[in-house]
Design a protein around this ligand. Structure first.
Ligand code: SAH
Length: 458
């Protein structure tokens, strides 16, 4: 290990920055955040830097550096673009054993600055010791995206109840279990969802009853249309937290791979007209698993509230007061549209868009087809492959022009995506004989004209 990471308490302590340009300003912002009293010496000083110095109760000296500026400061940052000045500052500091950081010159430094993830009071520093700063920054962004922004609040909450928990749970094991439950379960989720007051109430209740109970929770998560990169941060976090996963046929393998390794996986997928596990049974399973204290992930394709029966699945949970969260996902319409160069609305072609189920019930006229004929409206049919021919001919029958452009997007956003473009009159014939794989999405309207031009990049 080339360096020992330490965290420096700079509150109200005098620090010196040599230099007055962009880099000096950037460093000053950091030091100011840590509460330092900033002094700056440089012939020219940026406006923002002057303000930061004033706000920190420090002083700006518009002149050349000399070593008298080192008196009474506890940390020095040299951020000039003149190498000779940086070297002199470093040498002067080393001579009196004053910690010094010279920007971009690890060899001249006695302390180096890490890339920082700030979730105060939780602070993470990442460094490569100056060997690979781009890599260190990359690690930082990985951590940034996997540690929710509200983790700071979680840490504050833990700090607020630390002493009480110590008093209530004298036994160290019990206390640890208490905190594990708090930081991993519904209470933490309340904090991350922005409801600090509710989280505090729940902690109070547990401390009052001096009991450590494991409460289950259900996460109803939209996994998007297939490409794992379209998951949300929140989806990923909950996926890695749940102990049991109930997933659908539409959830792609690479996405499933991103759930917790040791999680139990239960397939409850449905195919058209063939229910692997009846909906009622799924609802019941979610309830029972959560009642056993498990964190249950219900992973669904696209968005759970768009043709996803999400509402039905949480109904029973709400009745039984089981905590749950619903995480939106990118719905197939958005995913397929973006990945095929078909904007769902466009000022020239369409002012509204309608998501419609194409799951036509045998023999039943369950649509008001006449509502679909408006030329300025994009129609998106989910589950429309089996009924494709009927959908197209009904639309024509009710007055839509047979030449209205129509696209069938097959396995949208996945590497195997294919887009079949035609018009209402010709689409069914166009795909005849082709082996079209589910899932497919049907987009109808003048916006489909954009496909040819906007899809060039693929
Ligand atoms: N909740 C999902 C939709 C579930 S209904 C969502 O918001 O996307 C299932 C239908 O969604 C499929 O029949 C198909 O029409 C559509 N679909 C889902 N994923 C798709 C994909 N990757 N490509 C094309 N269509 C998709």
């Amino acid at each position: 290990m080339d360096y020992l990471p330490l965290f420096f308490d700079l509150k109200a302590k005098p620090c010196l920055i040599v230099g007055g340009g962009t880099i000096a300003t950037r460093k000053a912002r950091l030091l100011h955040k840590a509460g330092a009293k900033l002094h700056v010496v440089a012939p020219k000083v940026s406006e923002e830097l002057e303000k930061l110095v004033a706000a920190s109760n420090g002083k700006v000296f518009k002149q050349e550096y000399d070593k008298t500026f080192l008196n009474d400061v506890i940390l020095v940052i040299s951020a000039t673009d003149i190498d000779s000045v940086n070297s002199v500052v470093a040498a002067d500091c080393h001579a009196i054993k004053l910690p010094v950081n010279v920007v971009d010159s690890p060899a001249l430094c006695s302390v180096i600055m890490p890339a920082i993830i700030d979730r105060s009071p939780l602070i993470i520093g990442v460094t490569s010791g100056g060997e690979a700063p781009v890599l260190a920054r990359r690690v930082r962004s990985m951590l940034e995206s996997s540690i929710p922004a509200a983790y700071g609040q979680l840490a504050q909450l833990a700090s607020k109840f630390r002493q009480r928990a110590k008093d209530v749970f004298e036994n160290g094991d019990l206390r640890r279990r208490f905190w594990e439950n708090i930081l991993n379960g519904p209470i933490a989720e309340k904090v991350l969802g922005g409801n600090l007051a509710a989280a505090e109430q729940l902690i109070e209740a547990q401390l009052d009853s001096a009991s450590v109970e494991k409460t289950g929770e259900v996460y109803l998560v939209g996994a998007g249309p297939g490409d794992p990169d379209l998951l949300t941060f929140k989806a990923l976090r909950l996926m890695q937290q749940a102990e049991v996963v109930l997933y659908d046929r539409l959830v792609s393998e690479p996405i499933l791979e991103m759930t917790r390794r040791d999680a139990e996986r239960i397939y409850v997928g449905k195919k058209r007209a063939e229910h692997a596990v009846p909906q009622q049974k799924i609802n019941q399973m979610l309830l029972e698993l959560a009642q056993q204290g498990k964190r249950v992930l219900r992973l669904k394709g696209g968005d759970p509230f768009i043709f996803g029966r999400g509402g039905e699945e949480i109904d029973l949970l709400a009745e039984h007061k089981i905590p749950f969260q619903v995480v939106p996902g990118i719905t197939a319409a958005s995913g397929c549209a973006s990945y095929s160069g078909i904007p769902l609305t466009h000022r020239d072609y369409s002012q509204s868009v309608r998501f419609i189920t194409g799951h036509l019930q045998e023999g039943k006229e369950n649509f008001r087809w006449s509502e679909f004929v408006d030329k300025q409206q994009t129609l998106v049919f989910y589950m429309g492959l089996a009924g494709l021919e009927t959908i197209c001919s009904k639309l024509i029958e009710y007055g839509k022009s047979p030449s209205t452009p129509a696209a069938l997007i097959e396995r949208g956003t996945l590497p195997e995506q294919r887009v079949h473009v035609s018009d209402l009159a010709g689409l069914a014939a166009k795909i005849e004989g082709l082996e079209v794989h589910a899932p497919t999405l049907l987009i109808i309207g003048d916006v489909v004209r954009c496909h040819e031009k906007l899809n060039w990049y693929k």
